[in-house]
Design a protein around this ligand. Structure first.
Ligand code: URA
Length: 240
């Protein structure tokens, strides 16, 4: 059992500066399991209780692992330049915790985006060594020929790449939707691979990371939530 002073619990969850958290507690705005606590130094095991700050309920998370259904029109960079950054879609406490996107999607790509404040997790998920496959649905301008998946699996030559780049797998979902599974994430990789086969990617969605699928999450575009332990475990395995 690990106990922490309640002012530290509140501050660690991104609710504000130490002074703000202390004042909030001393002024009677912090409840543990429904009961007001006014001593900021009071020690408690945060994993065992339900907290409320100004009536807003929160559970304690030592580190956070979030999934966002990214809409189009948001950049994944922490210092966005031409479009708002995805972090504006999170709550204020999450932004204060310095949560970061895991890898990047283009501003016009939609779908699954992980975010976390756990540096080790971000590194493992982004590292090519760990090969967490990402599944994309590319909506194409031109109809997709039946030979296209085979070509992508064999590898296509992209400008500025020394060797052909191959998809792990690919299949035609409908005349204008191609599924592509990639082990790595080079700059504009899906769009460039589609261009290399003589088509154009008009819209791109990331529908899977490992075995975690967008369809299984019931997460409306623009929404986010914490991943469960079971969902986190799906991030390491190859897609079925
Ligand atoms: N490939 C792309 O072209 N864009 C993305 O956002 C992700 C993969």
């Amino acid at each position: 059992m690990k106990t922490l002073p309640i002012e530290k619990i509140l501050q660690s969850q991104g609710y504000g500066s130490r002074k703000w958290c202390r004042d909030c507690i001393e002024n009677g705005n912090f409840r543990i399991d429904g009961q007001v606590f006014t001593d900021p130094k009071f020690l408690i095991d945060p994993s065992q209780h339900e907290f409320r700050v100004f009536e807003e309920r929160f559970d304690y998370h030592e580190q956070v692992y979030l999934i966002l259904n990214k809409p189009s029109g948001f950049e994944c960079s922490r210092s966005p330049t031409r479009h708002p950054g995805v972090l504006v879609l999170l709550s204020d406490p999450m932004r204060r915790r310095e949560v970061q996107p895991v890898g990047r999607l283009d501003h016009d790509t939609t779908g699954l985006l992980l975010l976390s404040d756990d540096g080790g997790f971000i590194h493992r998920q982004s590292s090519p060594k760990h090969h967490v496959p990402k599944t994309y649905w590319a909506h194409t301008s031109e109809p997709i020929g039946s030979e296209v998946s085979e070509k992508l699996i064999q590898g296509v030559q992209l400008n500025d790449e020394p060797h052909p780049i191959a998809a792990l797998s690919s299949k035609v979902i409908s005349p204008h939707i191609l599924e592509i599974v990639l082990a790595e994430g080079k700059y504009h990789q899906v769009k460039r691979m589609i261009a290399a086969i003589g088509n154009h990617c008009a819209r791109l969605e990331r529908v899977g990371i490992g075995r975690l699928t967008l369809a299984s999450l019931s997460l409306p575009e623009g929404s986010w939530r914490h991943l469960s332990e079971d969902e986190l475990a799906l991030l390491v395995a190859p897609p079925l």
